[in-house]
Design a protein around this ligand. Structure first.
Ligand SMILES: [Zn+2]
Ligand SMILES: [Zn+2]
Length: 335
């Protein structure tokens, strides 16, 4: 049941006559979660939001208010619980087939159990990065609560990128944009230059790169792929991008350039940190993100660690730093 007095019309904001933005405010610095509804012959939703009974009732009511009795498809941008947690319930309620990139299948179908395995892997890998064991324990215990925000969902359609899919009365191109996750995709409405960009491209923040644990096809970090995926989008004619969080982006090419410049500046700071004597990934993370120093352990500590590792691995590849391990501890020195 949803509380009476909620104005469902306020949640539904038209982008076009047949494309609606469903705006879900959240108490988090991301501010909101955005889903996109395509009305027409093949009603479809881009992303499903996190699993929560109240949100399920609210979204169901909002979709019905928008005149939706059945959905043909739910297209997921990626496997994070804030995008796919409710997919199973909405799929059951509206008869939708759920589609996502095939690389995202283990997390979407495994949900909380898969998350728990990954936290175990991160936890054991933390030692090599100099992440204090007590902090790591607290961070991953906290993150375990997120398991409740996702339910396992069968993936009916496995995308690969490059194909065209039906949404409402439109055709969307699937663009594989790995980096934030291995199988992140954006959906592109070429005829109007609209991009539904998930977490790959947002208005005021850049997403955290994936930490592949265990390593995926030889990669530990998604950061180099993330940067390649940004450069890939620079080749598309995009008049507006609609992200999974935050407001729409109008000057899309400018946003892409700013994001690339931001990462270059962070790469420079990472090299400076190593030159000034930071050796472990955690020491570099504290230099790049001094705000986490002295804060009670939370997920930001892990995000800082992932980001520092990504930049160190790029510098290592470029030959600017090298690893000189001490036991199991990864130590970086200038080359
Ligand atoms: Zn995400
Ligand atoms: Zn997200």
């Amino acid at each position: 049941m949803i509380p009476s007095g909620i104005d469902l019309s306020g949640m539904l904001k038209p982008i076009r006559d047949d494309i609606l933005h469903i705006d879900i405010p959240i108490q988090h610095e991301l501010k909101n979660i955005s889903l996109y509804l395509f009305k027409g012959e093949y009603p479809a939703l881009i992303d499903a939001g996190p699993y929560h009974p109240l949100l399920h009732d609210l979204l169901t009511a909002a979709l019905r208010y928008a005149g939706i009795g059945e959905l043909a498809f739910i297209y997921l941008t990626h496997s994070h619980m804030d995008h796919c947690g409710l997919a199973a319930r909405l799929s059951a309620a509206f008869g939708a087939r759920v589609a996502a990139h095939r690389y995202e299948r283990p997390r979407i179908e495994g949900a909380g159990e898969r998350m728990q395995e990954e936290y175990g892997c991160y936890s054991s890998m933390s030692r090599t990065m100099g992440f204090p064991v007590d902090v790591a324990q607290l961070v991953f215990d906290l993150a375990s609560a997120w398991k409740k925000l996702s339910e396992p969902c069968r993936l009916d359609v496995r995308l690969g990128g490059g194909e065209t899919v039906k949404a409402g009365g439109r055709e969307l191109e699937v663009i594989h944009t790995p980096g934030h996750t291995a199988g992140h995709v954006c959906y592109y409405l070429r005829e109007e230059g609209l991009l539904f960009s998930g977490d790959h491209l947002m208005r005021s923040i850049t997403p955290n790169p994936e930490l592949y644990c265990p390593p995926w096809r030889g990669h530990v970090t998604g950061l180099p792929q993330f940067l390649e995926s940004l450069r890939l989008l620079a080749g598309y004619d995009i008049s507006a991008a609609y992200p999974g969080h935050g407001r729409a982006i109008r000057k899309v090419q400018r946003r892409i350039e700013l994001n690339l410049a931001h990462h270059q500046s962070r790469l420079d700071k990472t090299r400076e940190a190593v030159e000034k004597g930071c050796r472990t990934v955690w020491e570099v993370a504290l230099r790049l993100f001094p705000q986490v120093r002295g804060k009670p352990p939370d997920v930001d500590h892990f995000l800082a660690l992932k980001e520092a590792l990504g930049h160190l691995l790029i510098l290592e590849e470029q030959g600017a730093v090298k690893r000189a391990d001490e036991g199991e501890l990864w130590m970086y020195v200038p080359r």
